[in-house]
Design a protein around this ligand. Structure first.
Ligand code: CP
Ligand code: NVA
Length: 313
């Protein structure tokens, strides 16, 4: 075992991202860099292991990057499509977990309710990995900070603005920013702020890492001078009924040329995808050379390979 691996000591579940200390996030990002540079050293580390992908919502990136990542490490994945029926409808979630733990070495789940993940994790002895819930999207945020580190060479003091809905993506960015010592400014409309408990936790951790968390309303104030501007959809999966109402509320939060002009001259644009051009982001920004959305998507693969390696071997 390399010193990188021993220093991580990451075992158990990845349900929120708050399980991990700043040192553990640092070690995971270092392991990601090592695995991205030397994939051949990690071939076969999941040989003989089977991972379940249990998805209640659609996915392109998360599904493909986990399936490709498991295969690259020599493991096997089985996709269980639960988009037609929520977990718990056919049989109790507890029974699903207690069956799966007898057959497989890990559960990767995309769910509507965070409580579903908690129930899976509470009843399965194998690691449970959050592949997106209503509250968090840790794998995406870890890939995003890895992408920012590649771009800017470091994360301490890096200035990032998140503009839009205080949703799962916003929560996970707060958690990662705090742990990496980045400065994150969030701008949301009134009533759409991130959860105050997540903000309080991020501020507590940021005090240790000299990070900084600011919650604002003005998108211009949030973006002023930052090196990276992030946005996400205004209506997340499960909020389709609110889409029309949200388009009105969020209209002033579109990341377009006018807003982007407030950022630093070398600023980059990020989005977890899928994106709605003409709503939360203008085509002139997302389809410009400043956009690093496909680097983010590529790095989902590398960061998730590192997560799987760390939790399962
Ligand atoms: N960013 C992301 O998680 O994409 P998918 O919904 O396609 O998995
Ligand atoms: N906030 C979005 C992220 C999609 C990757 C959603 O939950 O739909």
């Amino acid at each position: 075992m390399s010193s990188l691996e021993t220093s991580i000591e990451l075992k158990g579940d990845l349900l929120t991202g708050m399980e991990w200390s700043p040192a553990q996030v640092r070690a995971l990002l270092d392991l990601t860099a090592e695995m991205k540079s030397h994939p051949e050293r990690y071939r076969g580390t999941l040989a003989g292991r089977v991972l379940i992908l249990l998805f209640e919502k659609p996915s392109l990136r998360t599904r493909v990057t986990f399936e490709v990542g498991v295969a690259a490490l020599g493991g096997t994945s089985i996709f269980l499509d639960h988009t037609a029926a929520r977990l718990g409808e056919r049989e109790p979630i507890r029974d699903i977990a207690r069956n799966l733990e007898r057959w497989v070495q890990g559960i990767i789940a995309r769910v509507f309710a965070q409580e579903t993940l908690d129930e899976l994790a509470g009843n399965a002895s194998v690691p449970v990995i959050n592949a997106l819930s209503d509250r968090f999207h840790p794998c995406q945020a870890l890939a995003d900070f890895f992408t920012l580190e590649e771009r800017f060479g470091g994360l301490r003091g890096l200035k990032l603005a998140y503009v839009g809905d205080g949703n799962n993506m916003c929560h996970s960015l707060l958690i990662c920013a705090a742990r990496t010592g980045a400065h994150l400014r969030v701008a949301t409309p009134t009533g759409y702020e991130p959860d105050s408990a997540v903000v309080a936790e991020a501020r507590r951790v940021a005090r240790e890492t000299r990070g900084k968390i600011e919650i604002l309303q003005s998108p211009e104030e949030a973006v002023a001078g930052v090196q990276a501007v992030y946005t996400d959809v205004w209506a997340s999966m499960g909020q389709e009924d609110e889409a029309a109402e949200r388009e009105k509320v969020f209209a002033a939060y579109q990341v377009n040329e006018r807003l982007f002009a407030h950022a630093a001259p070398d600023a980059v644009f990020l989005h977890c995808l899928p994106a709605h051009r003409g709503l939360e982001v203008a085509p002139e920004v997302i389809d410009s050379p400043r956009s690093i959305i496909y680097d983010q998507a590529e790095n989902r693969l590398h960061v998730q390979k590192a997560i799987l390696h760390a939790l399962l071997t």
